[in-house]
Design a protein around this ligand. Sequence first.
Ligand code: ADP
Length: 270
Amino acid sequence: EPLAVRVRVAQVGFGDHVVLQIEDITEAHRVQKVRRDFVANVSHELKTPVGALQLLAEAVLDATDDPEAVARFAARMTREASRLGTLIQEIIDLSRLQGADPLPEPKPVYVDQVVSEVLDRTRMGAESQDIVVVSGGESGLVVRGNEAQLVTAVTNLVDNAINYSPDHTRVAIGTRQRDGLVEISVSDQGIGIGETDLDRIFERFYRADPARSRATGGTGLGLAIVKHIATNHGGSVDVWSVEGSGSTFTLRLPSAARSAADDPAVADGS
Ligand code: ADP
């Protein structure tokens, strides 16, 4: 990316001397560009379902003497409206996560609690595809942050694992602690992600397969949200995938000290 600078004449009048002040504004420019692109993308993404709703509403008006057609159009309107609702909610979530106070009042968060909440939330979607979501690994892990955000992040990963997998497969949530980091991984036996897409899937609105993503109700914002949540918690998220056989997404978060009562080694004085 080219360097952007602002040049100002800071002082004149000392004989033949002029003092120029040169300021590096590359980062400010980059932030501005990201914001501009986001607004352009949002406008485009919102227009699609609104346009579809408009056409479907007109179709309903034209088909009033054909109740079957009306029912069909109405069902599609419901789907489009629901997609629009998800999109708006995700745009709001993302702007909150990027806002002035992205991690309000951090508290201890129990990873087991997060996993069980995620299992509850994703059960219906998994069952509709006959996918079993299992969890395993270390229990009793604690991180510091915001439970609702972490539930959202892991739910997004599990929803994707389900959406991009064939029926009758398995999704696994694993937890462990390693080098002071708590790792929460979500593995699937799905379609996987090609090498050229791997670097880009965390970008806002990026979809490896837009047609499939749209069919599953996807917005292209889920992983951008996960990444923001990981960063806000001082952690990271990465992906490992083999096209055609499955993907594993791993969220790594700084471990929070367990209380003495939770730790048998400390509790019995050894
Ligand atoms: P979307 O709403 O489209 O699912 P995301 O930001 O959650 O948006 O994901 C971006 C893209 O990454 C998806 O459109 C899909 O192409 C790809 N992707 C995400 N998770 C998986 C997965 N578990 N398996 C295969 N592809 C995935």
